[in-house]
Design a protein. Structure first.
Length: 306
């Protein structure tokens, strides 16, 4: 459970977008219009720019964490192309609030892509982009690629949330799944009302209604470490609600396997990596695997391959 302590946000001192363009590195707040600012961090040089989009309540710092020896995904990608990460509103930094201005919650994937588009435009980070999305971030980058078709030249989907997960479960199973995706954050919200929450059903409706992706290089990475055996001890430890069926992790595993296979068929000639030796957070558990996948898509874009 996240325990959030509300403290004042600290703006990055003396850092501007103009300086970012000059020295190649940037970390600070960007005015996206409407009286709002969002936190953005960019490093490296080259095109296409890789934009890393984290899962629910994951800040930009999520891409600078590694269970393995360095480099992290952010630092590794910065060695061969431009890379940017941001904080969506309500994504906390440890026990501190988000570095991006708050918005009414819950939000949807459509809200996230509107913010990301405004942020990249305001920061002068020009496309084309290779969008990299983990979990809920995978849903966001797919919707972005369908909405701003000419701005996206490639995708990397890391154990991404998709409508296929919902389709692979019964309505009763999906009710439980949705609760697990959204999480029980009542205690955290009481302390930090601006905490990111999402309307999963509306977000899935948005991706269903979106235009088909054009043919671009895509790599899908899927977790291969089952979640099923982990659920009973998590329930016993109070990390999951006591009313969750003890075998529900196996339901999720089976549904996600079907969903990931479906994601790997979005466009012709996609690459699907299933031997990841990882749980859900592949970008932390196997960062080099993710770095290599991003490099592969970046090089495919540079060479004009589809």
């Amino acid at each position: 459970m996240l325990l959030i302590v509300i403290v004042p946000l600290i703006d990055s001192l003396g850092v501007t977008v103009a300086q970012a363009a000059e020295n190649g590195n940037f970390a600070g707040s960007v005015d996206i219009g409407g009286g709002r600012k969002m936190y953005l961090k960019c490093s490296g040089r080259g095109s296409p720019t890789a934009v890393l989009v984290g899962g629910l309540r994951a800040s930009a710092d999520d891409w600078d964490i590694s269970d393995k020896s360095k480099p992290t995904v952010f630092t590794g990608v910065a060695k061969f192309t431009r890379v940017c990460v941001c904080d969506r509103p309500g994504t906390p930094i440890g026990d501190k609030p988000s570095r991006s201005d708050p918005v009414p919650q819950p939000t949807t994937a459509k809200d996230a892509i509107a913010d990301l588009h405004a942020l990249l435009s305001a920061a002068g980070e020009a496309g084309p982009y290779v969008l990299v999305g983990h979990s809920y971030g995978g849903l966001i980058v797919r919707l972005y690629a369908s909405t701003y078709r000419k701005e996206v030249s490639g995708l990397v989907l890391i154990d991404a949330l998709s409508e296929g997960l919902q389709d692979a479960e019964t309505p009763e199973e999906w009710t439980i799944q949705r609760e697990l995706i959204e999480g029980d954050v009542r205690e955290s919200v009481a302390l930090y009302p601006a905490l990111e929450r999402i309307d999963v059903d509306r977000s899935l409706k948005q991706i269903r209604a979106a235009p088909r992706l054009r043919s671009i290089p895509i790599v899908v990475l899927s977790a291969d470490r089952p979640w099923g055996p982990q659920v009973p001890p998590m329930i016993a430890a109070g990390k999951l609600p006591a009313d969750i069926p003890a075998d529900f992790g196996y339901v999720t595993d089976a549904a996600q396997k079907k969903a990931q296979k479906r994601l790997a068929k979005l466009v012709p000639n996609e690459k699907h990596i299933t031997n990841t030796n990882s749980g859900h957070e592949i970008h932390k558990e196997q960062p080099q695997l993710v770095i290599d996948a991003i490099r592969e898509v970046v090089e495919a874009v540079r060479s004009g391959k589809r």
